[in-house]
Design a protein around this ligand. Structure first.
Ligand SMILES: Cc1cc2nc3c(=O)[nH]c(=O)nc-3n(C[C@H](O)[C@H](O)[C@H](O)COP(=O)(O)OP(=O)(O)OC[C@H]3O[C@@H](n4cnc5c(N)ncnc54)[C@H](O)[C@@H]3O)c2cc1C
Length: 407
């Protein structure tokens, strides 16, 4: 008689959750994914810069995207305030989109095992199992629960109630522009490149991504920008998170609710500090997104039969561009530990020892890269570090690269 496959519950059906589920399924687990949102997830076209780590993780779950993963870039460039080229850096890299990666994972995972509209409200660890409780009153029992439920993780809050995300002191304005809507100068000087502009204390960057429905045909792609700007938490951030009706949102604000004043002010600031090519980009962006930047660090990722992966455990500022690769790495390490150990809790201890250290390294590196967006410095050393990270050479050779993990 074959023994029954061990059961796993994955909470959260985004990048980290789906990858963990695929990885466990291939290792022989009986896996189900429970996602709170009741409609198919979508990344609203957000760009994701890829790394060799991300591509090799995909291969481990049988996914080999090849050349159609995204838009290939060969070079990074920095423009000054007048639009002149002041730095070049050879750096072959592919930018894909959130939707492209997500759809690949979603299609590879059996549809009947993916449950939308299921919000976890709590878990309970029992002697030989763990129980997940959902907001609709249902419960599911399994040998393992994986919390892949993002920065505001319900799973983490249950086991680590004191761990909170910490606002980094700045926001990212983000936008996507159709290739055809770019001005000739922006298309020539920005579109083929991972491009930067570095006003004092701010950073603008952009890179090409696929167009709607993952269209990679020239003329049908889009350019994605991320503009980091300081915003004091008590005054400026509050104002940015306040919509037209006067309601102040916590943590983030849905793009259509961002006030017209905030968008107008952002656009007119672009006239003062950005290279004209980037200014054009900001001007033609119909619906910008606003993203306050946070750090999150968890001292633990394992609780007997419950593990945390991805943004549920550690959130690094986007400068490293490694959130997806980190989530995949967590899931790989979890599966490997479960294959190596006899019992679930020993496996989770092994997983935790490896991945807490990794999470800290990535968060630290991202904090260093973001240090020049700070407005106050406690020591001369902090100021010097921030200044170093504002030079085109440092920014281009460290942003969205995971080289520091290979040293
Ligand atoms: C501006 C910006 C740029 C970025 N650029 C890059 C990049 O270039 N490259 C890169 O690798 N990463 C990038 N990232 C980071 C990356 O997007 C994240 O690290 C990654 O998506 C995390 O995936 P996750 O599955 O852990 O969490 P999430 O994507 O947050 O997913 C969590 C899921 O859990 C669900 N959920 C939450 N609570 C519950 C509950 N109680 N019950 C059930 N389900 C629940 C949510 O609905 C959600 O679907 C960027 C981030 C930002 C902000």
């Amino acid at each position: 008689m074959p023994t029954q496959a061990p059961r796993a519950i994955v909470v959260g059906g985004s990048m980290g959750g789906l990858f963990a589920a695929l990885s466990l399924l291939r290792a022989g687990w009986d896996v189900h994914v429970y996602e709170r949102v009741s409609v198919e997830l979508s990344g609203r076209g957000a760009g994701i810069v890829t790394h060799p780590e991300l591509v090799s993780a995909l291969a481990l779950v049988g996914l080999h995207p090849g050349e159609d993963l995204g838009v290939f870039m060969d070079e990074r460039r920095t423009l000054d305030r007048s639009g002149n080229l002041i730095g070049r850096y050879h750096c072959p890299q592919t930018a894909t989109s959130w939707n492209r990666l997500f759809q690949m994972l979603r299609d590879a995972f059996p549809a009947g095992r993916y449950h939308l509209g299921k919000e976890l409200v709590g878990c309970e660890i029992r002697t030989d199992s763990a129980l997940a409780r959902f907001s609709d009153g249902s419960t599911v029992e399994a040998e393992l629960i994986v919390g892949a439920d993002g920065i505001r993780s319900t799973v983490r809050q249950q086991f680590l109630p004191d761990v909170k995300s910490v606002y980094a002191g700045y926001v990212a304005w983000r936008g996507l522009v159709d290739e055809g809507a770019l001005t000739p100068a922006a298309h020539r000087d920005l579109f083929p490149y991972f491009a930067f502009c570095l006003p004092p204390g701010e950073q603008m960057l952009g890179y090409p991504v696929a167009g709607p429905n993952d269209d990679l045909r020239p003329g049908h792609r889009r350019y994605n920008f991320v503009w980091y700007r300081p915003a004091d938490e008590e005054t400026e951030l509050k104002r940015l998170l306040t919509d037209e009706s006067g309601h102040t949102h916590t943590g983030s604000i849905p793009p259509p609710l961002i006030s017209r004043n905030s968008v107008e002010e952002m656009r007119s600031h672009s006239d003062e500090v950005l290279a004209p090519q980037f200014r054009d980009l900001v001007r033609v962006t119909e619906q910008p997104f606003l993203q306050p930047i946070y750090d999150l660090e968890s001292p633990r990722m394992a609780f007997s039969r419950v593990a945390l992966v991805g943004d549920a455990a550690f959130v690094a500022r986007p400068h490293v561009g490694g959130g997806v690769a980190k989530a995949f790495g967590d899931a790989r390490a979890l599966t490997a530990a479960l294959e190596a150990e006899q019992d679930v809790s020993s496996a989770l201890e092994r997983f935790e020892a490896e991945r807490v250290a990794m999470g800290r390294r990535i968060v630290d590196q991202a904090r260093r890269l973001g240090s020049y967006m700070r407005t106050r410095f406690d020591t001369a050393e902090e100021r010097a570090l921030a200044e170093r990270h504002q030079t085109p050479a440092a920014v281009m050779s460290e942003t969205a690269l995971l080289n520091f993990l290979r040293d």
